[in-house]
Design a protein around this ligand. Sequence first.
Ligand code: NAD
Length: 316
Amino acid sequence: MSVCITRSFTSFMATTVARRYSKIGFVGLGNMGGHMAKNLLKKSYKLIVYDLNKSAVTNLVEAGANSASNVAELSKEVEVIISMLPSNQHVLDVYTGENGVLSAAKKNVLLIDSSTVDPSVSQSVASQAQKYDLRFIDSPVSGGVNAAKDGTLTFMVGGSRTDFDHAQSILEVMGSRVVHCGDVGMGQAAKLCNNMLLAISMIGTAEAFNLGQKLGLDAKVLANIVNSSSGRCWSSDLYNPVPGILPNVPSSKNYEGGFGTTLMTKDLGLAQSAATRTQTPIPLGSLAHQIYRTIIAHGFSNKDFSVVYQFLKGKN
Ligand code: NAD
C-alpha cells in the first residue's frame, strides 16, 4: 500500500515538475539570447520575443517566433518570461521600469533572468516581483556564444526549490547543466565567484608561462610539467594562454572568439562591488579587475581574456 502511495505521489510530482508552459516570452535577443531563444523554438515552445534591436527580432520571427512591440505587451501574453540583457540597469529597466514586466505580467508568472548582474539587483527585483504575486529566479550562465548555440550552457539558479523545479525543464532545453545554488541571488553569487577565480588563475598562468620563457624554458615542456604538477588549473590545462600549446583555443587563433576581456572586466567589476558591499577582502580579485581594465585600455577589448599573456609579454 505504502509503495502504491509513494508511486502515485512520485508520478504526481513528476507531472507537476515537468509542467509544460505553453507560451514563453523572451526579452534580449543578442549574442546569447538569440541562440537560446532559437533552441526553445526547436523544441516547439511558443515564443513571444522583444528586443530594442529590430533586426534581432526579425531574425527570431523568421525562425518561428511571434514578436511584441514592447515589454508590457509581451508580459500580458505569457506564463514564463526569460531575459538575457547586458547588465544591471537594463534588468532594472525591463522588470521594474514604467511599463516593465512587473506592472504588466499576469499573476504567478515565472520570471527567469539569465543576465549576469549584481546579486543585489536580482534580490531587489525578486522582492518587488513578490508584491505583484510574481515569481522570480536568477539563472546566469557559463559557457559562451557557442554553448548558447549548441544548447550546452550551465545555468546557476537562485530561487525557491519549487520555482527551480518549474524552470528546470525549460532551462534544460538551452543548457546541459542546471544547478540550484540557493535562494535568489545565489546563481549570480556562484557566477561572480567562479569568474573571479578564473581571472586570477588565468593571470597567474600567463605570468608563470611568461617567466618560464624568459628563463629559456620551452612553453610546451613547462605545460607538460605544470599540468601534471601542483600548478595545474583549467587555464593551464584546457585553455592555455600561450599560442601553439593547444590547437583549438583562442590563444592559437590570435585570441579571437572565446570569452572577451570586456565581459571578464564586467564580471570582475560586479565581484568588486559585491565585495565592497559585504566588506570582504578580495585583494587578488581587485588586482585582476585593474589588470583587465588596463588590458582594455591598451586596445585588447575585442580579444579573448587569455590575451593577458600577450599583454604581460609585451612587444618582443
Ligand atoms: P548582447 O549585448 O549581445 O545582447 C543583449 C541584448 O539585449 C541586445 O540585443 C540588446 O538590444 C537587448 N536589450 C538591451 N536593453 C533592452 C531593453 N530595455 N529591452 C529589450 N532588449 C534590450 O549581450 P550578450 O553577449 O547576449 O550577453 C547577455 C548577458 O549574458 C550579459 O549579462 C552577459 O554578461 C552574459 N553572458 C554573456 C556571455 C557571452 O559570451 N556573450 C557568456 C556568459 C554570460
